[in-house]
Design a binder for this molecule. Structure first.
Ligand code: ADP
Ligand code: MG
Length: 651
């Protein structure tokens, strides 16, 4: 209750206050600024979906503002549509073009993605400029705000409309981002490979997120058109894009409040630039804050000297520049650039990120209480393994250029067993797993799961067939909590259609997901750290968390790629316990392992690989004595006491 009051109370108060302003103040200029605040708020919430949640540098958002504005403008002037259909059309154009751009662009990473979005922005501005017959080109397009329900909207009326839309967008986005959708967005930012391997389609979520963000850009564009009632292609160029990015980064990524704060800054910027005194006060305050933060960081040794002082130097340039330069407006771009630089270096979490640390201390917002964990019997009902072949590899090959990493491997894994896969480093074990799980496409050969051919080359589709895996090099969702890591992967819980999720009516299944995930965390002894971010867990806990996350897939077959690598002895003991428990639920396991004692204790059958080929297969005791195995491990005899440690590795 207290938590809800604190969290929702602030939203209610701010929106209620904003709604009453036109009743108290009759200053058309201030009202204009506040209307812009609402419009930019919607625009930045949309941009934050790609920049904050997907972690992509999106330089095309300004194009969706322009396209939305022109769509609404043309819908009114050429088609004679009303305001509501015009706004819907603006949104639809954003959604559609955003989705179309995302299809090819989101296959790209980092700089290429940024360039693709930048080209799109250039293309659309040029098109708006050159399609003179339609848009009026550089002449611009004038329109009048259509009446709503037969009434012409007064400025306060239009302001209320914009604020109401911001409030609706805010609520819907809050619900969406707190759901499996939001988790999926963040998961794919942290590890696209693991997101696919957990049966959450990376690509479709990326496209959906980008289209959604662009639709909000379109909506903001529609409102922008009705606000200014005059459109020009030059308004939607690169300059504005920098300001929008500044808004998101300065406000704070991954935060609705951040978008709101960012929008306020953007709206106030022009005033700042046109008023010399205001600018000097602002830059002075910025310099002092940056200097204080830098010195504090230096004393606490949390940042390097350059990183600590660079923002202060940048802000210092603003102060000096403000005194020397006649007209700060001419230096707009340089000023934005300096501000953006200072924020990116000095305040990477943005104003809201900084404030929320502070506010959390002040108000001590409690975490929402977690539900009682579910019963393991309901999540992983014990299977009844029959020993029949579950996974069959037939003459599987995978070459990398000349390297025959897997070279004609045939192997049968029977249901209900723990099947060890061992071999010297580089013998192809991980490659086998990567081929089975769909990360790599096989060069030739095939894989059968329960007699049907397993899809190749798609982590997502293999995951859907009932195979779950962990990774030799951890692939956790670092920014998500342990609980959320497991929740992302949970199979069969999220059934509500998108509209219900948006309306916040999917809370029940969210509770259920939490309860299930808590139960699985309990199985690996991490229930107490459910709310710790994965990146802050100990190394051993991270390894276990990957197992719990894979279990959330409720798999028939679980593949563990060197789960004991790098673990200290007590953790290895716990790992053995965990694997036994998983096996106890009737789950078939492929275990890649170096520690021979672990293999001996757990495995029913062991296959030994060398140079991508099977050199021995049998019970752990049989393979240890096998002459070829002894030879593969550089002629050293296996250690006499099976509990004494790792199989010796080739140098
Ligand atoms: P293991 O897991 O048994 O240590 P790997 O399957 O990782 O062995 O590697 C087997 C061989 O394949 C090694 O020679 C390795 O260098 C090569 N290899 C593995 N993955 C790749 C890749 N993505 N590109 C090129 N070579 C690879
Ligand atoms: Mg390996």
């Amino acid at each position: 209750m207290r938590r809800l009051l604190l969290l929702r109370g602030a939203e209610l108060i701010v929106f209620a206050f904003l709604a009453t302003i036109p009743l108290l103040v009759v200053n058309p200029y201030a009202l204009g600024l506040l209307t812009l605040l609402a419009i930019y708020g919607i625009l930045l919430i949309g941009l934050d979906v790609t920049v904050g949640y997907l972690g992509q540098v999106n330089l095309g958002h300004v194009a969706f503002l322009g396209l939305g504005a022109y769509t609404a403008g043309l819908a009114v002037t050429k088609l004679g549509l009303g305001m509501a259909p015009a706004l819907l059309a603006a949104m639809a154009v954003g959604l559609l073009l955003g989705g179309l751009l995302a299809l090819p662009a989101l296959r790209l990473e980092g700089p290429q993605f940024a360039l693709a979005t930048l080209s799109f922005a250039a293309l659309s501005t040029t098109a708006l400029n050159e399609l003179e017959g339609l848009t009026g080109g550089a002449q611009g397009l004038s329109l009048t705000r259509p009446p709503v329900f037969g009434h012409a909207l007064t400025p306060p009326g239009f302001y209320w409309l914009c604020m109401a839309l911001l409030a609706v967008v805010w609520m819907l986005m809050r619900n969406l981002l707190a759901s499996q959708w939001g988790r999926a967005f963040e998961a794919l930012r942290d590890s696209p490979i693991a997101t696919d391997a957990m049966g959450v389609g990376t690509y479709r979520h990326k496209v959906a997120a980008f289209a959604l963000g662009s639709a909000l850009g379109g909506l903001a564009g529609g409102l922008y058109a009705f606000n200014f009632q005059y459109l020009q292609p030059q308004s939607y160029t690169y300059d504005l894009m920098i300001i929008l990015l500044l808004g998101v980064v300065l406000g704070g990524r991954k935060s609705l409040w951040g978008a709101f704060v960012g929008a306020s800054v953007i709206v106030l910027l022009p005033n700042l630039l046109s008023n010399r005194h205001l600018f000097q006060i602002f830059s002075g305050a910025g310099f002092a804050a940056a200097l204080a933060a830098g010195i504090r960081g230096l004393m606490k040794k949390t940042v390097r000297p350059f990183q600590a002082l660079a923002p202060a130097v940048a802000m210092g340039l603003l102060v000096v520049g403000g005194m020397l330069v006649e007209n700060t407006e001419d230096w707009r771009k340089a000023i934005f650039a300096l501000m953006l630089f200072s924020v990116v270096v000095g305040l990477p979490e943005g104003l809201m990120g900084f404030l929320s640390l502070f506010l959390a201390k002040l108000f001590r917002v409690p975490h929402a209480p977690l539900p009682e964990p579910s019963d393991i019997e309901t999540i992983l009902p014990p299977g009844s393994p029959d020993g029949a072949p579950l996974l069959v590899l037939e003459d599987l090959k995978r070459y990398f250029g000349g390297v025959k990493a897997v070279d004609g491997l045939s192997m049968t894994i029977r249901s209900g067993t723990i099947h060890g896969l061992i071999g010297p480093n580089g013998s192809g074990k991980s490659t086998v797993v990567n081929v089975i799980s769909g990360l790599y496409t096989p060069t030739s050969g095939r894989t059968l799961l329960r007699g049907s051919v397993l899809p190749t080359g798609s982590l997502f589709r293999v995951a859907k067939s009932g195979v779950a895996r962990t990774f030799q090099n951890l692939q956790l969702f670092g920014e998500l909590t342990a609980l959320e890591n497991v929740m992302v992967a949970l199979k069969g819980v999220y059934r509500s259609p998108l509209p219900l999720v948006l309306l916040g009516l999917a809370r029940l299944e969210e509770r259920r997901a939490q309860a299930d995930a808590l139960c699985l965390l309990g199985r690996i002894g991490l229930r107490d750290q459910a709310l710790t971010k994965a990146k802050d867990l100990t190394y051993g806990a991270q390894r276990f968390l990957e197992i719990a996350r894979a279990l959330a897939r409720k798999p028939d077959l679980l593949i563990l790629d060197e789960p004991a690598a790098g673990l200290a002895h007590p953790d290895v003991v716990q790992l053995i316990e965990i694997i036994k428990r998983v096996h106890g639920r009737g789950i078939t396991i492929i275990l890649i392992e170096h520690h021979m004692d672990v293999v001996s204790e757990l495995c029913d059958t062991v296959t030994v690989l060398d140079y991508g080929k099977v050199i021995a297969e049998g019970t752990p005791d049989e393979v240890k004595r096998h002459p070829k195995v002894v030879e593969a491990y550089l002629g050293q005899p296996p250690e006499p006491d099976p509990s004494s440690g790792a199989v010796p590795q080739p140098a």
